[in-house]
Write a protein that binds this ligand. Structure first.
Ligand SMILES: *Cc1c(COP(=O)(O)O)cnc(C)c1O
Length: 385
């Protein structure tokens, strides 16, 4: 195997050379003016990226910390939220909320299906809720939430919209300045992690609050958190030369470069590229008899959960593929062993995905399952147009 190992799991995603290089620069003191300048730029770019009228927070931690920061800074003990869940990561909010004494109502879709705005509206009409969490792309099922339908319904009832963008941000639209049918109907919080569609190694939590969410934080007074309390981070985000807890200096070099790359590519172009990849990879892999769990109209463009055809052993298949240099992920919970997940987001390139299509075909053939590799590559190219 002379080609580089290709990491096609739904996070961490491939880290391209220039980002790797940025991260490899010598670690500076976090109060060094040269670092402060980079950190400041990263914060400003992040604000621009989300188009928020509020604040952003770049904090050392994984995506789960960002989820925790979103909840603990907006919802108090005994207050109620709705969790819209399209799988494993939606469900993660249940335990998180429980850990802080938050009252929870969950709307769970069957895996592979989408929660409808009507179901959410029925709940909102029957009780009072402080916030609603939406997992934009659930990494267990590959289902995307329909923000255009959900956001206006939630805002109509005055609840905060918290979007978990860990597998979507920088690949699928999450514009915090966008109004959903009324001037005041906007996404209030978006949270993500560095290792998904930004293509940076894991370890940086990224959270954006709008002014309404900041106001809700203020009304809460004291929150049951210290590291996760955004009020401890606000002075640093306003002036990164100040100290609360040491920022992940090298990751911030990497993220600062990654967000410049996103800016250069342009958001529209980046969303379109992800849509094209998703169409291509779905068509190609489906031609092998591995059907996507989520139908195209509810599918995320960042990853796909493909179900195995009869007779393919998950562990044997994935280790064969890994020997060829492509790492994909197994499925979670009740789908474990029955499906695999392929990430196609961030700075993954078209040739990476073509290589994966070819090597998945070869692995299937070696397991005596007939796969037409040329046809699959053609389908990839055709649908990617
Ligand atoms: C990966 C992921 C998370 C968890 O992020 P960690 O960085 O592993 O803590 C949360 N939500 C979604 C949708 C994810 O894809």
């Amino acid at each position: 195997m002379d080609e580089k190992e290709l990491l096609l799991v739904p996070g961490p995603t491939p880290v391209i050379g220039s980002i790797q290089e940025a991260i490899s620069q010598p670690t500076m003191n976090h109060t060094d003016p040269r670092f402060v300048k980079i950190f400041k730029n990263a914060i400003e770019r992040t604000k621009e990226f989300f188009k928020t009228d509020g604040e952003v927070f770049l904090v050392s931690g994984s995506g789960t910390l960002a989820m925790e920061m979103a909840l603990v800074n907006t919802v108090g003990r005994g207050e109620k939220i709705i969790i819209i869940s399209h799988g494993y990561f939606g469900d993660r909010f249940i335990k998180l909320g429980a850990a802080f004494g938050i009252e929870i109502d969950v709307i769970q879709a069957d895996w592979g299906k989408q929660v409808s705005a009507a179901e959410v509206e029925a709940k909102l009409a029957a009780d009072t809720y402080k916030a609603v969490t939406i997992t934009h792309a659930d990494t267990s099922t590959g289902v995307a939430a329909n923000l255009d339908e959900l956001v206006p319904v939630i805002k109509k009832y005055g609840a905060l919209v918290i979007v978990d963008g860990v597998c979507a941000t920088a690949a699928m639209e999450e514009d915090m300045s966008k109004t959903y049918g009324d001037d005041s109907y906007k996404i209030d919080i978006v949270l993500t992690g560095s290792q998904k569609a930004f293509g940076v190694p894991p370890g940086l939590a990224i959270i954006a609050f709008n002014q309404s969410a900041m106001k809700v934080r203020k009304e809460l007074g004291q929150v049951p958190a210290y590291y996760a309390d955004i009020y401890n981070w606000l002075p640093i985000m306003e002036d990164p030369s100040r100290y609360f807890a040491t920022p992940p200096v090298n990751l911030i070099y990497g993220f600062n470069h990654a967000i410049e790359l996103v800016h250069k590519e342009g958001l529209e172009a980046r969303y379109k590229r992800h849509q094209a990849y998703a169409r291509g990879i779905r068509a190609a892999i489906a031609s092998y008899g591995m059907m996507p769990l989520a139908e195209a109209d509810v599918a995320a463009t960042t990853l796909t959960c493909f179900q195995y055809p009869e007779g393919i052993n998950d562990a044997a298949f994935r280790s064969k593929l890994a020997e060829k240099g492509v790492v994909v992920a197994g499925a979670l919970a009740h789908l474990a062993g029955k499906a695999l997940r392929i990430g196609h987001m961030g700075n993954t390139a078209e040739q990476d995905l073509k290589r994966a299509v070819r090597l998945i075909g070869e692995s299937l053939n070696e397991l005596d399952y007939q796969a037409d590799i040329e046809k699959a590559i053609d389908l990839f190219v055709e649908h990617r147009e």
